[in-house]
Design a protein around this ligand. Sequence first.
Ligand code: 3HC
Length: 675
Amino acid sequence: MTSPIRTERHGDVLVIISDNPPVNALGAAVRSGLDAAIRQGVADASVTAIVIRCDGRTFFAGADITEFGKPMQGPGLGEVIDMTEAADKPVVAAIHGTALGGGCEVALGCHYRVAVPSAKIGVPEVKLGLLPGAGGTQRLPRIAGVALAVQMTALGDPISATRAAEAGLVDRVVGEDSLAADAIAFAKEVAAKRPIPRASERSVQPDPEAIEAFKKAQGRKMRGFDAPAANIACVEKASSGASFAEGIAYERQEFMTLMTGTQSAAQRYMFFAERQAAKINGLPADTRPRPIRKVGVIGAGTMGGGISMNFLQAGIPVTIVETAQEALDRGTGVIRKNYENSAAKGRYTAEKVEGMMGLLTPTLSLDDLAGCDLIIEAIYENMDVKKELFAKLDKIAKPGAILASNTSYLNIDEIAAATSRPEDVVGMHFFSPANVMKLLEVVRGAKTAPDVLATVMALAKPIGKVAVVSGVCPGFIGNRMLSQRGAPANQMLMEGVAPERIDKVLTDFGMPMGVYQMSDLAGVDIGWHRDPTRIESIRDALAAKGRWGQKTGKGFYDYDEKRQPTPSPETRAIIDEFRAKGGHAAKDYSDDEILAGLLYPMVNEGAKILDEGMAQRASDIDTVWIYGYGWPVYRGGPMFWANTVGLDKVVAGLEAQGVAVAPLLRRKAEAGELF
Ligand code: 3HC
C-alpha cells in the first residue's frame, strides 16, 4: 500500500505532505509516514528546516476516530509529536481548512505555525467526550495561556486564524492561495534561528480567576458532561508548576478514564450516527438533487417564520405568504427582531441583518410562489385545509417544484394525493424553535421521487440542520415516541407523584425539560374540548381553571413575571381532587422507576418504528432525539441508552408496567443483541 505521506525538497527545506482524504485523519498509516519523514528530515544534514502540510480540503482534522477502541497500530500520535518537537531544526506547520484535535496537537508540537486566513484551529475532543490526549492540554496553555486554553478545550469550538494569531498560536497569517510557497519562505527565514521555540519548554502562569469566570458563564452548557471538567483539570495541571512530563502523565490518565467511559462511547457513536443519517437507503446511485434557488413558505407564524430564517441565513431568497396583512407584518417583524437580537449579541453585523431581510419577500398572494423551487407549507394542523392548499399549489407551482409540508403528524400520502404530482411532495418537519433546533425530519411519502428526497436531505446541511428520513406514520419518529411518555406520566400523577418530581427526574437525566414543563410551554389547552364543565382528565381540570400554561402565567406550575416556574399548590389541590374522584391509590416510586416508567415505553415504540421500517436505522432514531428534543448526547439517544441499560432489563421493566413488548425488542433481548 502506498503511504499517504510523501516528501518534496525545496532547496534546504524538506516539505512533508499528507494526502489522506477526506479530512487527513491521523490514522496509523499517516502516523507511520509522518514518523519516518521527520526522522529522514532530522537525519539529513542538508535539510535546515521542515514544513508539514496537507493536500485536499484540510490540514489534519484529528485522530482517526474509527481506530478508537481498537488495538493501536504503528507509533502513537503523542510519540510522533514529541519527536517532531524534539527535532534540532525548525518544523513549521502550514495550516489550511481545519486543524482539529490531533491535527491541532501536531501543529502545537511544531515549532512554528503559519495559516491561511480561512483556516480554523481547535480541539473539539470534548464534543466526543474526550480531551486532547496527545499533549494538547499541556502545550496549548503554554502557548495561548490558561484562559483561551480552557475555553478551547472545554467548549471545543474552533477559533479563526486571526484570533489564533492574536493569541500567539499562529506565527503568521499567509496568503489564502499561496500557503505552500509562503510556508517554505517562512521556513527559510527561521531555519537558522536559535533557540528553537518548543512549547513543552515554556511555562504558564496559573489563572484561577479566568477558570472560575469560565465555569460560571458556561456551567449550564456543561451540566451532566464529564469531559469539560477533565479538560479544565488538565489545563490547571499545566499551570500548576508541575513539569511537562507530569502534566502529560496526568493528561494520559484523564484521557483513558474518559475513553473507557460510557459518555465518550455515546458521543463518538453520535458523531457517526449524525453523518450516517444523511445516507438514504435504496436511492439510485445516479440520483441528482434538484437546484433550490428560491423558497416559498406558507404561514408567517412561529413555525413559518423560524423556517424562513434558516434559508435567509444560508443566503436563499424566501417568499413568505400569509392570509392577512396584519399577520404578515407581525411575522416579518418577529424575524427582524430575532435577527436584531442576535446582532446585539454580536452574532451578526447590522449589514448582514439587512442583507438577510432583503432576501425576504412578504406577500398575501399564493400566486407569488410560482417561481419557487421549493414550497414549504407551515399552516395549522388540519387535513382538509392542507389538502385544499396543496390542490391550489398544484396549479400555481412550476413544474419540478418540490411541495413540502411541515406537518408534525398528518399523513403525507393523503396530502400528496390532493395534487397531480405526488412524486414532488415530501414532509419537512422542523422542530420548534425552527431557527434553533437542528433536527429536520424528512418524511418520505409512498410516491416521493428519489431526487426530491435527495434534494431535501442535501439542503439540510447548508441550512444548518441534521436531517433524518422517516416513513409515513402518525407523529413520524420523534412525536410518535414522545406520545408514549404521556400515559405513564399521567398514571404516576394519578398515583400521587407530583408533576415537579416527574420533571426533575427527567431533567436530572439530562433532558432540557420534563413532561409538564413541556406541557406548560406548548399550552395545556392544546386539544382541549373547551367545555369547562366536562372534566375527564387532570388536563381538563387545569384548563377549566384557566391554567393553560406559560401563556396564562399558570399551568402545571405557577410562573412569576420572569417565567420562572414554582410548584403550584392550586395544581396540587386540583390533582388531589381529581384523584379522589377516580379512586386511585397512592403509590411510591423511586427515581429509577419513574425514569423507567417514562422512557422504556419510548424505547419500545422506537423498536416498533424500526421494525416497521419507518426509521432506516436505530442510530437515526437516536439522532432525532438528540437534535429534536435535546436528549442528552452523553447518553447517546434512547436506543443507544437502552443498550447501556440492558435490553433484557428494559423488557422486564415493560412487562412489569403491563406494556406489550415490541417483537423486535424482545427478539434482540433474547438473542443478546443490541440496537
Ligand atoms: N476520524 C475519522 N473519520 C472522520 C474524522 C475523524 N477524525 N473526521 C471526519 N471523518 C469522516 C466523517 O465521518 C465523514 O465520513 P463519511 O463521508 O463516510 O460520512 C467524512 O470524514 C467527512 O466528514 P464530514 O462529513 O464531517 O465533513 P465536513 O467537511 O462537514 O467537516 C470536519 C469536516 C470539520 C473535519 C468534521 O468532519 C469534523 O469535525 N471532524 C471531527 C474532528 C474531530 O473531532 N477531531 C478530533 C478527533 S479526536 C482526537 O484527535 C484525539 C486526539 O486528541 C488524540
